[in-house]
Design a protein around this ligand. Structure first.
Ligand code: ZN
Length: 74
């Protein structure tokens, strides 16, 4: 999962969208939460910094303590 940030060209409201790379490549349909406009611009902001907190949040609940392949791929 990654976080993409969009800004509405109509009203200027920003919106964060969580999507996987494959979802993104299929084409996300983003519309403004405030005015409903689909005219959204992608913002390139350093949201990747949040990856450091993500690993803490997604502790493996697997009995193998994250050693199995399934956990590693998450
Ligand atoms: Zn808007």
């Amino acid at each position: 999962m990654a976080v993409y940030e969009y800004i509405c060209r109509n009203c200027g409201k920003r919106r964060e969208v969580h999507a996987s790379i494959s979802e993104k490549e299929k084409g996300l349909k983003i519309s403004c939460e405030a005015c409903g406009s689909p005219d959204m611009d992608r913002l390139f902001s350093p949201l990747a910094v949040r990856d450091s907190t993500r690993s803490r949040k997604e502790e493996p609940s697997c009995p193998n303590q994250g050693d199995c392949r399934k956990c590693v791929e998450k």
